[in-house]
Design a protein around this ligand. Structure first.
Ligand SMILES: [Cu+2]
Length: 179
């Protein structure tokens, strides 16, 4: 038969188990390098690779080529605009380079399997409208494709995630180490 004390203890241990803080995401050690401004296609207004499949715990590392690109998370429905609730990932204009790769990279860890849409917010040359966008973990069974995102981006207006052009969020700026 349960005493009051044993019931309380049982309840306390149950609460301890269920109210544990969310676990930190364990790194897989996998790094996906995406090059912003790759000249492989589209006169450099391009991310390469632009359609990446990544697992939770993988690192995404953006390397920046000339001239002055950014990465800003958006929704599928509103290309060239940051997430409306202010929660999105963005790099800031911290990676200007005139030749070769910028000395730093922008890096973050994949936290879920939701599609992650992003664009370059450089308005000098209309990068987003001209196709400088990409996706991580597109749902390949749905109709929300990168091709459709780019089509909608052609007539979208680019918005910045912050009034401070150097502000970044949701990732870290770390030295670009050669492989
Ligand atoms: Cu750009």
């Amino acid at each position: 038969m349960f005493t009051t004390k044993s019931l309380l203890l049982t309840a306390a241990s149950f609460l301890t188990l269920t109210s544990a803080a969310p676990q930190a995401i364990k790194s897989t050690g996998v790094v996906h390098r995406i090059f912003a401004g790759s000249t492989v296609e589209n006169g450099g207004l391009h991310f390469e690779p632009q359609n990446v499949v990544a697992s939770i715990g993988d690192a995404i590392e953006f390397h920046f080529l000339p001239k002055n690109h950014t990465v800003v998370q958006s929704s599928f429905d509103k290309p060239c605009e940051p997430l409306a609730d202010g929660s999105g990932v963005f790099s800031g204009f911290n990676f200007r380079t005139d030749a070769g790769e910028a000395p730093n990279v922008f890096r973050f860890t994949v936290k879920n399997n939701e599609p992650f849409w992003y664009y370059c917010s450089q308005t000098n040359g209309d990068h987003c409208q001209k196709g400088m966008s990409g996706v991580i973990n597109q749902n390949f069974n749905g109709d929300k494709t990168l091709a459709r995102y780019k089509e909608k981006a052609k007539t979208a207006v680019t918005k910045q995630p912050s009034a401070d052009p150097l502000k970044f969020q949701g990732g870290e700026i770390v030295p670009n180490k050669p492989l």
